[in-house]
Design a protein around this ligand. Sequence first.
Ligand code: IMP
Length: 428
Amino acid sequence: MPAIVIIGAQWGDEGKGKATDLLGERVQWVVRYQGGNNAGHTVVLPDGQDFALHLIPSGILSPGVTNVIGNGVVVDPGVLLDELAGLEGRGVDTSRLLVSADAHLIMPYHVAIDKVTERYLGKAKIGTTGRGIGPCYQDKVARVGVRVQDLLDEKILRQKVEAALAFKNQVLVKVYNRRALDANQVVDSVLEQGERFRHRIADTRLLLNQALERGETVLLEGSQGTLLDVDHGTYPFVTSSNPTSGGAAIGSGLGPNRITTVLGILKAYTTRVGSGPFPSELHDEMGERLRKTGGEFGVTTGRSRRTGWFDSVIARYATRVNGITDYFLTKLDVLSGLERIPVCVAYEVDGERVDEMPMTQTDVHHAKPVYEELPGWWEDISHCRSFDELPANARAYVHRLEELSGARVSAIGVGPGREQTIVRHQIA
Ligand code: IMP
């Protein structure tokens, strides 16, 4: 009966796919509950080749798992169809993918507006992925959005797109000096796309609740991360949805008391893409080394990620706002070969030490890291499969991170391979 949430504890890209692999056969349902094709993870296909997924839950590669794009997700229908075609073309069975009738659709005007607003913001830009995510969520909250279920009712769809474009076209043409979009063309094209996945449209909240009643296990897969949450993140440099665990209930239609485990994914150091504060960021060759060794380049945009030391202020914050029960510490192997490893234990803000996330954006921007240095290890740890096999200093690093973060580290990633994981405590 458990519902398990997997959530990034930092700014995303913590390696959530590894955790999904770990839970593997115990899971019957994998659900995306927020975000859209701003996310990205690489999966290894049965033919051994890599494939980048942005929208479809990672469970699509596990036979017998039903995958759900939940009501909290924003769906670009073209991207959905392309990903499906890509998977099918390589022999993956995609029949077990359902899309919530209540999920919102990313329309062509959302993508156009995302791109122009970023350009307009200039130096103050957020560094979005340019996929129309923010403008789509704006329309959802403004109650002028188009939902997946509207694809089933052409008349309603036309009304909604015409109403939206009456305003959006003014903005595109008069503010941004772009071409207006033709409502009929937009409607015809999404209707044609909708026809190709209408058999997947479902009342997924009912199905998920029924699955839990039957004693099945549901994995709720967060995208992005805690610090990119529109409420709890480094606003305004955030995404437009709620990746934190509370968002899992909203974005899937499950009651919060159904969630029994919240697994936080924590990288052994820190990365971020896009703009915004990052107190423990490194601008020197050490940052470059983490980027190269850790392969820190975005799956969705190919941008290089900003890198820095582990920040325990952030980890403590993530533990608290998500109610994290267990951590999966990823990429510990990337830190091998360092003499000493600094860990940010607190911030100094305008001359004062603060141990918890500052209350105001101004203070977060002023925060300077206070470091504690831990001894490093030289050994290659990528072959270790039990905690005891790790060098003493690597074990000490994990213990210190546990203390600082306030939750146990139940699993540790020591390499990119599925089997390169150390399990310390059974999760869920
Ligand atoms: P948006 O989600 O495209 O609106 O972008 C908002 C912010 O979230 C930008 O800083 C993006 O770089 C960041 N972002 C969005 N998706 C991801 C992700 O999957 N990993 C890391 N950062 C992300």
